[in-house]
Design a protein around this ligand. Structure first.
Ligand SMILES: [Zn+2]
Length: 232
C-alpha cells in the first residue's frame, strides 16, 4: 500500500458541503501550494425536489459538479465513498474507511462539519464528523487498533489540526477576502443544488455573514471554524 503526505483532507458529507463550509480557505491553501484532497462520504442522491429526477442520474450529476468545483479550487484529488444519501450510520465499517484514508494520505489538517451543532442538523453531517473525529483519535493513531491495516502497510498517523465548519463556537478565522469570488464560483458549480441561474442573493447574504465573522480582524471577509490542535 503506497502512502503519501497531504497537507489537508476535507471530509464532506455531501457534494457541495465543502464549498459552503471551507472553499474560501481551501482556495487560499492551494494558492499557497498546499495539497488538499476531498473525501465525499455520500452520493447525495436524495438532494432534489424534482419528482422526475432519478437517484442514479442525480449521483452522476452531483459527482460531476463536485469535480468541477474541486478543480476550480485547486483540489488535488476527490475520493467518492458513495454511501447512500441520508443513510450514514456510525458503524465500525465507516470508521475504518476513514481511518484507512487518514493513514494513506497522512494529512496534517482534517476539515469537516461540527458534529455538535444544536438542534436541527442534517444527520449525515453529524455522523460524518462524529465518525471522522473518532477516526482521528484514537483509531488512526493506535497501531493495535487495526492490525490488518498495519499488515497492509498503513502505519498509524497523528493528525495535528482539526477545523470544524458550521460551528456554534468558532474560535479560529481565516482571511478569505481574496478567495471569496472563487468560493462563490465553486458553489455555482453545484447547479443541481442552488439552481441553474442563482441570484446574487446568496452571494450577498454570504458576504454579509463573512463580514460579520471578520469584524474583529483587519481584513474584510472570514470563514470561521472551531479549531482543535492535537499532540502539541
Ligand atoms: Zn450536506
Amino acid at each position: 500500500m503506497t502512502t503519501k503526505h497531504v497537507d489537508v483532507m476535507v471530509v464532506t458529507p455531501h457534494p457541495d458541503d465543502a464549498e459552503f463550509g471551507v472553499a474560501g480557505t481551501v482556495a487560499r491553501w492551494t494558492r499557497e501550494g498546499k495539497d488538499v484532497i476531498y473525501v465525499v462520504c455520500t452520493n447525495g442522491d436524495k438532494g432534489t425536489s424534482d419528482p422526475n429526477m432519478k437517484p442514479e442520474e442525480l449521483t452522476r450529476i452531483r459527482e460531476e459538479e463536485q469535480l468541477t468545483a474541486a478543480k476550480l479550487l485547486g483540489v488535488k484529488e476527490v475520493i467518492f465513498l458513495r454511501h447512500p444519501d441520508q443513510s450514514l450510520e456510525d458503524t465500525p465499517e465507516f470508521r475504518k474507511e476513514i481511518v484507512r484514508l487518514i493513514r494513506m494520505y497522512k494529512p496534517y489538517t482534517v476539515v469537516t462539519a461540527d458534529p455538535y451543532r444544536r438542534y436541527i442538523w442534517h444527520r449525515d453531517h453529524r455522523i460524518t464528523s462524529q465518525v471522522t473525529l473518532d477516526a482521528i483519535f484514537p483509531y488512526a493513531r493506535d497501531h493495535l487498533a487495526y492490525p490488518d491495516l498495519l499488515e497492509e502497510g498503513l502505519e498509524p498517523h497523528k493528525v495535528r489540526e482539526v477545523l470544524l465548519w458550521g460551528s456554534e463556537e468558532p474560535n479560529y478565522r481565516v482571511d478569505v477576502t481574496d478567495t471569496f469570488d472563487v468560493k462563490i464560483a465553486a458553489l455555482r458549480c453545484h447547479k443541481s443544488q442552488i439552481g441553474g441561474n442563482p441570484s446574487s442573493d446568496m452571494e450577498e447574504r454570504m458576504r454579509e455573514r463573512y463580514r460579520m465573522m471578520a469584524k474583529e480582524e483587519d481584513y474584510e471577509l472570514a470563514e470561521a471554524f472551531h479549531r482543535i490542535e492535537l499532540w502539541r
